[in-house]
Design a protein around this ligand. Structure first.
Ligand code: NAD
Ligand code: MLT
Length: 534
């Protein structure tokens, strides 16, 4: 497996991937665009920070890509919708640099309030400008926090302990969360800014937050300081430069910019009371090591078909629950595949039903696998990441239901496909904990081992039919490895499921269908699984 890393990450992450046996290449000159499109061929995992633009074109070109790992929090440089459409996992490392970002925010707050960079510059230039700097204390001042997520909360704790009163603007959190942090939640952004002496931004860059802090908002913070260590683009930089220059604000401190590196002609660089750092929020040794190893772990998990803990576009599973649901992932996919191949016509609805113990688990990933199973025989480019999206895009209703009761088995997964007129269900269970069986097809109780080549025949329950099928298969050199027959009532319709050692030639199918007693014959090909040889 090949891993390409296009933004610098700590050696600890690169070492972890190499130790796991993967080929790791680094190319920190690639920023996206055609260079990345060319480099992505044959790459199975791409690791980036904020410097690489991973656009839809990249996903279109990236035929072998399984995962994009973001060694950090913000994913505004990755087209996640395009990743999902192409079945590529996007995972970030949202915990490892939170403290570093919060500490940098606090440092920037003091830097701007006490003019530390300006005074430092003057002294380095040989000037003792003691009389020219009169700073502001944070003690007893009000801090407005815009976005009380991971970083916002850490900033809140630190500045609360330094004597600040906290107000918060965040439309997605509860009153309780704000109160727990000792903060007052204010529902209107303008009111929140008007209440603050300092305002610090900690939202993601989203269409909704882009340009959220413009001239009118800066005017609400009149006389105060603005700190943005989140993302450029949230604050209107021209408006901010003007507001500080005109004295509407006392100062501003910025670590992130709409365009990075910050262009040398940015008006922000000309304003004395604007303090800037080149996106250093996460640049501590500890943070870089954390995010690099977390990202390497995400890549390793994805390569091993294990749940990727911080996946942003794939169904997530708690690590401790994964061993319990893992065998059902394959079982649901198999049930989906069998159901899709037995029902003709356009599938309009899929029901995935869980009964018994499995109903108590987190089953998003199992359902996604059932959908993958249904869509694979239709030759859609599908995996568990994009299967739910494909269903939605193609107008297929997906219904999931759970019941703790199960009549015959400890746990059952049932996949029912509908084509508008008819429906067909395939039910699977695990024998002895992990031995998969198909136990019901279209209501017939069967006991089929789902692997390799299978033949499902529907026939009249008449003497000689099973013999006929055996003879025809034998004549075409197809060996029967196992067989199960079930019937509705004596002399009614029956279903016969065969496990076969070889593919069934078309001529054999035609020969079988030529007999009046045979209603349908469907060959189903599954992976050789569960250690069984085809
Ligand atoms: P998070 O997802 O944990 O928190 C974001 C918060 O913003 C959430 O509470 C959410 O409810 C809130 N929010 C969303 N839309 C909002 C809106 N319209 N108005 C107000 N609040 C809104 O994110 P995080 O991990 O705390 O990261 C915060 C920001 O910091 C991100 O932009 C991230 O990229 C950035 N970051 C920067 C650095 C750096 O090096 N400078 C390092 C780490 C994180
Ligand atoms: C982040 O979102 O994690 C930060 O921007 C840190 C970074 O990768 O530089």
């Amino acid at each position: 497996m090949n891993v390409l890393v296009t933004d610098p990450i700590a050696d600890a992450g690169l070492d972890r991937l190499r130790e796991a046996g993967y080929t790791v290449e680094t190319d920190y000159d690639i920023e996206g665009g055609t260079e990345l499109i060319e480099a992505i061929e044959g790459v199975n995992a791409l690791i980036v920070r904020s410097g690489t633009e991973v656009s839809r074109d990249v996903f279109e070109a990236a035929e072998d890509l399984v995962i994009v790992g973001r060694a950090g929090i913000g994913v505004d440089n990755i087209d996640i919708d395009a990743a999902t459409d192409h079945g590529v996992i996007v995972a970030n490392a949202p915990e490892g640099n939170v403290r570093a970002a919060a500490e940098h925010t606090v440092a920037m707050t003091f830097a701007v309030a006490r003019s530390i960079p300006q005074a430092h510059g003057r002294l380095k230039d040989g000037e003792w400008a003691k009389g020219e700097f009169l700073g502001a204390e944070v003690n007893n001042k009000t801090l407005t926090i815009v976005g009380l997520g991971r970083v916002g909360q850490e900033v809140a704790k630190r500045l609360d302990s330094l004597g600040m009163d906290l107000v918060v603007y965040d439309p997605y959190i509860s009153q309780e969360r704000a109160e727990r942090m000792g903060a007052e939640l204010i529902e209107d952004l303008h009111d929140a800014l008007a209440a603050g002496d300092f305002a610090t931004i900690h939202t993601p860059l989203l269409p909704e937050t882009e340009g959220m802090i413009g001239e009118a908002e800066l005017a609400q913070l009149e006389g105060g300081y603005l700190i943005n260590c989140a993302r450029g683009g949230i604050v209107d930089e021209d408006a901010l430069a003007t507001a500080v220059d005109d004295g509407v604000l006392a100062g501003a401190a910025l670590d992130s910019f709409a365009t990075e590196p910050l262009p040398t002609d940015s008006p922000l660089l000309d304003v004395e009371d604007v303090v800037v750092t080149p996106h250093l929020g996460a640049s501590t040794e500890a943070a870089q090591e954390n995010v690099a190893t977390d990202t390497a772990d995400a890549v390793i998990a994805a390569f091993n078909d294990e749940p990727v803990i911080n996946a942003l576009n794939a169904p997530s599973v708690d690590e401790s629950a994964f061993p319990r649901i893992e065998p059902y992932i394959d079982l649901a996919e198999t049930a989906g595949k069998v159901a899709a191949q037995l029902l003709e016509g356009r599938i309009s609805r899929i029901e995935v039903t869980y009964e018994g113990d499995i109903a108590e688990e987190e089953i998003d990933l199992v359902t996604a696998s059932a959908l993958k199973g249904v869509f694979e025989p239709l030759e859609w480019q599908v995996n568990a990441v994009n299967a739910p999206q494909l269903a939605e895009d193609r107008g297929i209703d997906v219904v999931e239901s759970k019941s703790r009761q199960s009549e015959d088995f400890q746990s059952v997964v049932r996949v029912t496909v509908h084509n508008g007129d008819e429906e067909l269900s395939v039910e699977g269970t695990l024998f002895a904990g992990d031995d998969p069986r198909i136990v019901r097809i279209d209501g017939f109780r069967v006991d089929a081992v789902p692997y390799g080549h299978m033949l499902v025949a529907r026939n009249a329950d008449k003497p000689g039919v099973i013999g006929l099928i055996g003879t025809v298969l034998g004549d075409h050199d197809v060996n029967i490895a196992g067989m199960f027959n079930a019937r509705e009532v004596h002399g009614g319709e029956a279903i016969t499921v065969y496990n076969l050692d070889q593919e069934v030639p078309d001529a054999a199918v035609e020969e079988l269908l030529a007999d009046d007693r045979i209603i349908t014959v469907t060959e189903i090909t599954l992976d050789a699984a569960n250690g069984r040889e085809e």
